[in-house]
Design a protein around this ligand. Structure first.
Ligand code: FES
Length: 126
């Protein structure tokens, strides 16, 4: 299986790993077929901007690399802008993923959407 250098870099040196000390949104999703799980912790400020974000992923290398890249791509973005980030963009930023690993990038994007949806619901934002 061929991973790009960028995928290997984010897999070996993942950014924003662990649990934030302060957060106000969590998104957790699992993939039923492989059993992998990702949890995103997000701190959203009063301007609805993602001030900080981290992740914990129990999964394959591609899941870890896409989680890491997703956190980098949305940090500092308004939540509405962050919602426009798709799994395909994350894969593209990583220089591509092998076809049989594309599904792994669903996890981070889904967790991001879930966390922001929960935050919006909690704060009465439409
Ligand atoms: Fe499960 Fe990649 S094999 S997320």
């Amino acid at each position: 299986m061929n991973y790009t250098e960028k995928v290997m870099d984010h897999f070996i040196n993942p950014r924003n790993v662990g649990k934030l000390e302060t957060y106000n949104a969590i998104g957790e999703v699992g993939n039923a077929s492989c059993g992998d799980i990702i949890k995103l912790y997000i701190l959203i400020n009063s301007e609805n901007v993602i001030e900080d974000i981290s992740f914990q992923t129990f999964g394959c290398g591609a899941a870890i690399a896409t989680s890491s890249m997703t956190t980098e791509m949305v940090k500092g973005k308004h939540i509405d802008e962050a919602l426009n980030v798709t799994k395909d963009q994350v894969a593209e930023e990583l220089g591509g993923l092998p076809a049989n690993k594309m599904h792994c990038s669903n996890l981070a994007a889904d967790a991001l959407h879930k966390a922001i949806a929960d935050y919006k619901a909690q704060n009465g934002i439409k």
